[in-house]
Design a protein around this ligand. Structure first.
Ligand SMILES: [Fe+2]
Ligand SMILES: [Fe+2]
Length: 165
């Protein structure tokens, strides 16, 4: 029971680390291009994924395993906003699918705490998906105006002396 749970929890750590790296990469480039809303959303989500790693790590260590802090994919150098949102929605769907299956696997070998942890993470990943999906819809609906508005908002904040995230 313990070994299988530790293996699945470490696979989740690898997935979460990849998400942290990818979303921070997106954050840097949205920030550089002046898209504050998206820059803030990617940073906030990266921080939530990091907190997922903490919960997974606590469970692994409780089960007397060790945390393999290895990302499972390399960062993709995507700098186009539509491609970023497309990739981010796919990453969230894939994480939610994995965690749903792994919750069932943990239930099957009678580890109800790991099962609940995976279920808890699915709730967050579905929310992340929804946030990215809304932004994708905005981009499709309003096109370049959607990005222009974010740049204008940044200029207003800078002019008013408000900190830019
Ligand atoms: Fe996550
Ligand atoms: Fe997520």
């Amino acid at each position: 029971m313990k070994e299988k749970s530790v293996e699945l929890l470490n696979k989740a750590v690898a997935d979460e680390l990849s998400a942290v790296h990818q979303y921070m990469y997106f954050h840097f480039h949205c920030d550089d291009q002046g898209y504050d809303l998206l820059a803030g959303l990617f940073k906030k989500t990266a921080i939530e994924e990091m907190l997922h790693i903490e919960k997974l790590a606590e469970r692994i260590i409780f089960l007397k395993g060790d945390v393999e802090m290895l990302a499972d994919t390399e960062v993709k150098k995507v700098q186009d906003v539509k491609e970023m949102l497309d990739m981010a929605t796919k990453m969230e769907i894939s994480s939610a699918d994995d965690y749903n299956r792994w919750a069932i696997e943990c239930a099957n070998h009678a580890d109800s705490v790991s099962k609940s942890l995976f279920e808890e993470l699915v709730v967050d990943e579905e929310r992340h998906f929804d946030q990215y999906d809304v932004e994708m819809e905005n981009l499709q609906k309003f096109g370049i105006n959607y990005l222009a508005l974010q740049s204008i908002e940044r200029s207003k904040n800078i002019a008013a002396g408000r900190p830019v995230d």
